[in-house]
Design a protein around this ligand. Sequence first.
Ligand SMILES: [Fe+2]
Length: 389
Amino acid sequence: MLPSAPAILKSTSQALSRAARPLLIPRARALGLAAPELVQTDNLPKYNAAKLAGRPFLPGSDTKGFPATLNPIRVDFPAVFHPKAPADADKLPLEEWGAMVREIVDRELSKTGVLLFRGLPIRTREDYARLFDGTGLAPRDYVGHAGRREQLDTNVYSSNDDPLEFTIDIHTELSFMPAPPQKVMFCCIKSPGEHGGGETPVTDMRGVMRDMDPSLVERVRTRQIRYVRNIADKSRSSWNWQSNMHSEDREEVERFLTGKGFSYRWNADDSLSYWFSTDGLSEHPGSGETYWFNQLTEHNGSCFKVHPEFMNETKHISEFPRHTSYGDGEEFSEEDLAHVREVQWKNSYGFHWRQGDVLVMDNFMVGHGRMGCNPGVKERKIIASITKN
Ligand SMILES: [Fe+2]
């Protein structure tokens, strides 16, 4: 009896270079065997739409005009791919699946900006790290990020360590940094289930540009956005500058900030404040299209007014760990914040995570956030990578 095509691949693939793999697939086909393949499906999974308007711990959800629920994903947003022979998916090394994911990313991602790979044999972060290696994408680090996350592996991070019930506002990743990531990848290791919430909404940024008030777009274009960080010392908070900067050395942190052209101040309680202004719009590095590319609402101090750990603090929104204003320091009006949030959520789509799902996004074309988990959910494990290419 002939071994199956995936078995042939498994026995030889460790020694194969990526360039040699395409030769093996025609050989498997010549033997009449099913070659491993990722195929697109238009059979979209059912979605129990998450509540948005009036949702607790969701910044801005109490404003008039906030969308009632999150849209279900539509065909091609994201385009969904799965192994053609799911029962054999385990027989192919994850590096090989990663190479196939890369081929589809190179071919498809520029069309809609987001792809979902489902049914891959990923159960652990080590499995995902192997798949990521197989893509050949160049990882970018998270130094200078302003959220809470943990480095789990060389190129793998926890997606965010905020309290599970909190909803993270829509944003594009590290869009305030020089050389922002080109792609963002998420992988589901532990799903909160179909009734647990915790979706990763994906946002059509072309739709956002279409629906945004042109006068606000113009104000952001001409006045830029100032990002402010007020980050505690590790002796006072798990959310601290040492983990954000990946360093315990003040001089090293100062060199980093100065090198980026940021202003900074060490405060009496050993916390670090720093700030800088940057563009809130960006041209896509490939297509040249202009995108709303910022973290204007997600990093605005107003988010902390509904954050479980900060909502009882009475300080001004500019004193919370993150804040945004116009580049000249003037605050965004409540109307502007409400408008941006409404437009972003109106253009966002959700699906229920399943273990092994891999989501790949073009970081300019597609924004993302995180729905809070529903009461009773104890675990949601989504891991992340960001890339330079
Ligand atoms: Fe993010």
